[in-house]
Write a protein that binds this ligand. Structure first.
Ligand code: FAD
Ligand code: NAI
Length: 460
C-alpha cells in the first residue's frame, strides 16, 4: 500500500470518527482520520466535556455558598475566580485530546489536519495547510458531526447573540442571560450561569421543557430548577433583538402577547444541524434528507457501497455515546464482523441538578405505542443514602407493560442519575421485566435502592 492508500479514511475526529478509526485499526485495518480542526470533535472541545467541567465547578460553588451549614461545616466568604475555573476546564479538554493523540499513536492511526471532501467512492481530497492531497481507501467513513442551528432573525454575533460554544467561554458572569430553547444545552448552560450568579430566563417554544422526555419528569425538573432561581417562559418564541450599549433588548412572543427582556447575552440553543454540506455527497449519490441528515441503514451504511455515515451526521439522537456505538459497529462491519447498535436502549442524560436520565419509552410514548402501561415510582426522599448526601429531590419512574411486565422505559430525576441509569439500560438490553429489576438485590445504603423500589412499585 502506498502512503496515500488506506483501508479506511475517516472524515471527522469526534467521538464517532475517532472511536471508529481506533477500533478499525485494532481490527487490523490501515486507517487515516482527518479533521479540519481538533481531535475529539464537538464533544471534547466545545460540548460534553467543557460543559460538564463547568457544571461540576459551578455546582461546587453553589453548594459552598448555599449548603454546607447543615453538615456542620462553616466557611468564610466564598469567592468566584472565573478565569481559574476556565483554566481548569481547558486543562481537562487538553488532557482528553492528548489521550486521543496517544490512542492513535498506539494503534497506528494516521492523523491529518485538513478539510475532507469525497471525490468518488474510494477517493477523498484533503485540503490542509500544506495544500491538497488525495487519499484512496476501500471504505470512507463520514463523521462530520453537527453545528448549532441559527435563528434567522437572531443571527449569531459571537458576543451578544451566542451559541453554546461562546457560552462555555464567557469572561464574566452576565447579570442577565436569556436562553432560547429549554433543551439539554439551554438547561445545562443556563444552570451553570445561574449558579454563578446570573439571572437566567429560559424561553421555550413548547409547553414543556425537554419536549421529548417523560412529561411528568420534565415538569418535576422544571419545578426544581425554578427553586434554584431559573425562570421559564413556556409556549414562547423570541422574535427580534435590538443591541445597544452592551445590552440586548429581546422581543418575545407568548401567545398573542409580546414582552421585551433586557439582558447582556442571548444564548440560542434550539438544536443542532448535521454538517453534510460541502462534503461532495450529491456528486457520489449519497442521499441526504430535508434536515441534512445522511440516510443510512442502521447502523451507518449509506446507499453507496463503501461509504458510511455515523454520529450527529446521521438520523437519531445527537449524543456522543450513540456516535461512539455506531463507530464501533461500522468498524466491525468493515472488518467482516457483526456490528450492532440497539437504538431502543440509548440513554439520554441532562446534567442539571438533579440530573434527569432516561432510557426507553416515556409513559406518553409507551401509551401512544399501544401498550397498557403500568408505572412504578419511588422518591429519593425515601432513601437513607440520599438523606446522608443531603440530596433528596427527585424520583425514579419505571414504565412497564401492564400485561407482560416487560420493562419499556426508566426515568431517573435525582442525584447521580447519569450513573444510576446504567441499570435501566442493561435491563432493557437484556429484555428484563420490571420484576427482574425489583428482585435484583441492591446494595444498602445506596441511591440504586430507589431504582429497585420503583420497579417493585410497578406490581403494587
Ligand atoms: P462531532 O463531535 O461534531 O465531530 C465532528 C468532527 O468533524 C469535528 O471535529 C469537525 O471539525 C470535523 N469536520 C466536520 N466537517 C469536516 C470536514 N469536511 N473535513 C474534516 N473534518 C470535518 N452528548 C452527550 O452524549 N453527552 C453530553 O453531555 C453532551 N453534551 C453536549 C454539550 C454541548 C454544549 C454540545 C454542543 C453538545 C453536547 N453533546 C453531548 C452532543 C455531542 O457533542 C455530539 O453528539 C457528538 O459530539 C457527536 O459526535 P460526532 O463524532 O458525530 O461529531
Ligand atoms: P434540543 O433539541 O435538545 O433542544 C432545543 C429546544 O429548543 C427544544 O426544546 C425546542 O422545542 C426549543 N426550540 C426550538 N426552536 C425554538 C424557538 N424558536 N424558540 C424557543 N424554543 C425553541 O437542542 P439543544 O439543547 O440545542 O442541543 C443540541 C443537541 O446537543 C441535542 O440533540 C442534544 O442531544 C445534544 N446535547 C446533549 C447533551 C447531553 O446529552 N447532556 C447536552 C447538550 C447537548
Amino acid at each position: 500500500m502506498s502512503d496515500s492508500t488506506f483501508d479506511l479514511v475517516v472524515i471527522g475526529a469526534g467521538p464517532g470518527g475517532y472511536v471508529a478509526a481506533s477500533k478499525a485499526a485494532q481490527l487490523g485495518m490501515k486507517v487515516v482520520c482527518i479533521d479540519k480542526s481538533y481531535l475529539g470533535g464537538t464533544c471534547l472541545n466545545v460540548g460534553c466535556i467543557p460543559s460538564k467541567a463547568l457544571l461540576e465547578s459551578s455546582a461546587l460553588f453553589y453548594r459552598a455558598k448555599k449548603g454546607l451549614k447543615q453538615h456542620g461545616i462553616g466557611l468564610g466568604e466564598v469567592g468566584l475566580d472565573l478565569p481559574a475555573m476556565m483554566v481548569r476546564k481547558a486543562k481537562i479538554v487538553q488532557t482528553m485530546t492528548k489521550g486521543i493523540e496517544g490512542l492513535f499513536k498506539g494503534r497506528g492511526v494516521t492523523h491529518f489536519t485538513g478539510m475532507g471532501q469525497v471525490l468518488a467512492p474510494g477517493s477523498v481530497a484533503v485540503q490542509g495547510a500544506d495544500g491538497e492531497r488525495v487519499l484512496s481507501a476501500k471504505h470512507i467513513l463520514l463523521a462530520t458531526g453537527s453545528t448549532p442551528v441559527e435563528l434567522p432573525n437572531l443571527p449569531f454575533d459571537g458576543k451578544h447573540i451566542i451559541s453554546s460554544t461562546e457560552a462555555l467561554t464567557l469572561e464574566k458572569v452576565p447579570e442577565r442571560l436569556v436562553v432560547i430553547g429549554g433543551g439539554a444545552i439551554g438547561l445545562e448552560l443556563g444552570s451553570v450561569w445561574s449558579r454563578l450568579g446570573a439571572q437566567v430566563l429560559v424561553v421555550e417554544a413548547m409547553e414543556q421543557i425537554l419536549p421529548g422526555m417523560d412529561r411528568e419528569m420534565a415538569q418535576q425538573l422544571e419545578r426544581l430548577l425554578k427553586r434554584q432561581g431559573l425562570k421559564f417562559l413556556l409556549g414562547a418564541k423570541a422574535q427580534t433583538a435590538a443591541i445597544a450599549e452592551g445590552q440586548v433588548r429581546l422581543t418575545i412572543a407568548t401567545g398573542d402577547q409580546e414582552r421585551v427582556e433586557a439582558c447582556e447575552q442571548v444564548l440560542v440553543a434550539v438544536g443542532r444541524k448535521p454538517c453534510s454540506a460541502g462534503l461532495g455527497l450529491e456528486d457520489v449519490g449519497v442521499a441526504v434528507n430535508e434536515r441534512g441528515q445522511v440516510l443510512v441503514d442502521a447502523p451507518g451504511r449509506t446507499h453507496v457501497d463503501g461509504i458510511w455515515a455515523i454520529g450527529d451526521l446521521g438520523p437519531g439522537p445527537m449524543l456522543a455515546h450513540k456516535a461512539e456505538a455506531e463507530g464501533v459497529a461500522v468498524a466491525e462491519q468493515m472488518a467482516g464482523r457483526t456490528g450492532q447498535v440497539n437504538y431502543a436502549a440509548i440513554p439520554a442524560v441532562v446534567y442539571t441538578h438533579p440530573e434527569l436520565a432516561s432510557v426507553g419509552a416515556s409513559e406518553e410514548a409507551a401509551t401512544a405505542a399501544g401498550h397498557a402501561v403500568a408505572v412504578g415510582k419511588y422518591q429519593f426522599r425515601g432513601n437513607a443514602r440520599a438523606h446522608c448526601m443531603d440530596d433528596i429531590d427527585g424520583l425514579v419512574k419505571v414504565v412497564a407493560d401492564a400485561h407482560t411486565d416487560q420493562l419499556l422505559g426508566m426515568h431517573i430525576l435525582g442525584p447521580q442519575a447519569s450513573h444510576l441509569i446504567a441499570e435501566g439500560v442493561l435491563a432493557l438490553e437484556f429484555g428484563a421485566s420490571a420484576e427482574d429489576v425489583a428482585r435484583t438485590v441492591h446494595a444498602h445504603p445506596a441511591l440504586s435502592e430507589v431504582v429497585g423500589e420503583a420497579a417493585r412499585a410497578v406490581a403494587s
